[in-house]
Ligand binder design. Structure first.
Ligand code: AMP
Ligand code: MG
Length: 405
């Protein structure tokens, strides 16, 4: 029997959330900042564009001069400065992105022009402002551009570079140590003696850590020995922000992780009403966090997804740390979760205006294939019997939805 009471999932999530701080900040080159969370409010010091810029290749003119022929007096390439003024009866050849010269108030596309012996004629009248990007139309000097908490994506890298902001303050990415426990484990590339298995969890968990925007660090494997595990957990915690262990949290004679965590820190819970992953354990060691994940490969990854991933997002300052939650319609019947809330791996697709969920098949917690290709975790209520096809239940989206082509 376990001495740990079984904590309901919402309560366990709340306990983890309230123990999770936001890490400090660091300065990061913008060129490497995609995926990071911005830790400062940024205001533009400049107008974009900083000069009136032509949006087409053509001729800079005075629109009010109508269709009268004009003498072409200049040729303006992108990147040049300080051109002479365009006056009545004159025009300048101009390229896309080049500064519209003083005096000119429109650019006529080359397609609507003819030049003969230095004389420009227009096929149609130009409107004042036509094909001219006014100063500050894209970004105005002094205006707020990006807020603290923004996740720096592709567009944000471009915006920052446009403004010459080549370094930004970002929240630190959590360093996450991953330690596998088990006498049976060998490295995946080693020969596998009778009774041994390959340590897949450490590598899958490190990939999950990376996907969450954090920095994984392998802490290797440790045998099922109480002293050894306590020592390795202690050493591990000292090097990282978050420690993840795999295995050794059940009630077997050789499951020592809970004891190790109790010895060096405070264990907040040691069992949860969750499937797959009843023995998930959560502890605080000083201001560091530790999760004792179950050894079964599916259990370790699903408990990671539901409990660890949002934690890693909070730590790195993400104001929206949780995955999108949607309502899905079951494509077929699913058994209720019994005495635990079940996070059933599903494939969610958009069909006939609805989000439809299909199970990835046999959900036993050793079958990693039940996670391959899944893009959702359907949350199946407790109780007995079947939820019929068509039942609408909540789901967490873990990946892109298949939709209309
Ligand atoms: P445990 O939680 O230590 O009782 O392990 C539960 C099951 O998961 C056992 O079948 C283990 O062999 C398996 N397991 C434990 N650790 C790993 C690992 N690192 N990689 C793959 N399977 C594991
Ligand atoms: Mg074990």
């Amino acid at each position: 029997m376990s001495k740990y009471e079984v904590v309901p999932v919402p309560e366990a999530l709340a306990i983890v959330r309230s123990a999770t701080p936001v890490l400090g900040t660091e300065t990061v080159p913008t060129a490497e900042a995609d995926g990071r969370v911005l830790a400062e409010d940024l205001t533009s010091a400049e107008d974009v564009p900083p000069f009136r810029a032509s949006t087409v290749d053509g001729f800079a003119i005075i629109a009010g001069d109508g269709l009268q022929p004009r003498r072409v007096t200049d040729e303006i390439m992108a990147g040049v400065a300080n051109r002479p003024t365009i006056g009545p009866g004159t025009a300048a050849r101009i390229m896309t992105g080049a500064p519209v010269p003083p005096g000119a108030d429109a650019v006529v596309m080359i397609e609507y022009t003819h030049v003969d012996d230095g004389q420009l004629t227009l096929d149609r009248r130009a409107r004042e402002g036509e094909n001219v990007r006014p100063i500050g139309i894209d970004i105005t000097a002094g205006a707020p551009v990006l807020e603290r908490g923004t996740i720096i994506g592709i567009a944000e890298v471009g915006i920052l570079m446009t403004l010459g902001i080549a370094q930004v303050a970002c929240y630190r990415r959590p360093l996450v140590g991953v330690l596998s426990t088990g006498d049976e484990l060998v490295e995946p590339w080693e020969p596998v003696p009778a009774g041994a298995i390959r340590d897949s969890n450490r590598y899958a968990l490190m990939a999950a850590v990376r996907e969450a925007g954090a920095l994984p660090m392998s802490l290797g494997t440790v045998k099922d020995d109480r002293e050894l595990q306590t020592q390795r957990v202690r050493e591990g915690v000292a090097q990282v922000d978050v420690l993840l262990t795999s295995g050794g949290v059940s009630v077997g004679d050789r499951d020592f992780i809970k004891l190790a965590l109790e010895e060096i820190g405070k264990v907040h819970f040691g069992r949860i009403a969750f499937r797959p992953g009843l023995p998930l354990t959560f502890a605080q060691i000083g201001h560091k966090l530790a999760f004792g994940l179950p050894g079964n490969p599916v259990s370790s990854l699903v408990t990671f997804e539901v409990f660890v991933r949002p934690t890693l997002r909070v730590l790195q300052g993400d104001p929206q740390p949780d995955r999108a939650r949607v309502e899905v319609e079951l494509a077929h019947e699913i058994r209720r979760g019994g005495d635990r809330l079940e996070y059933h791996r599903v494939i969610v697709s958009f069909e006939g205006g609805r989000l439809v969920a299909r199970s990835t098949g046999l959900q036993i917690s050793s079958r990693l294939l039940s996670m391959s290709g899944h893009n959702g975790l359907a949350i199946v209520e407790t109780g007995d019997g079947l939820l019929p096809a068509g039942t609408r239940i909540p789901a967490i989206l873990t990946g892109p939805i298949q939709g209309l082509a």
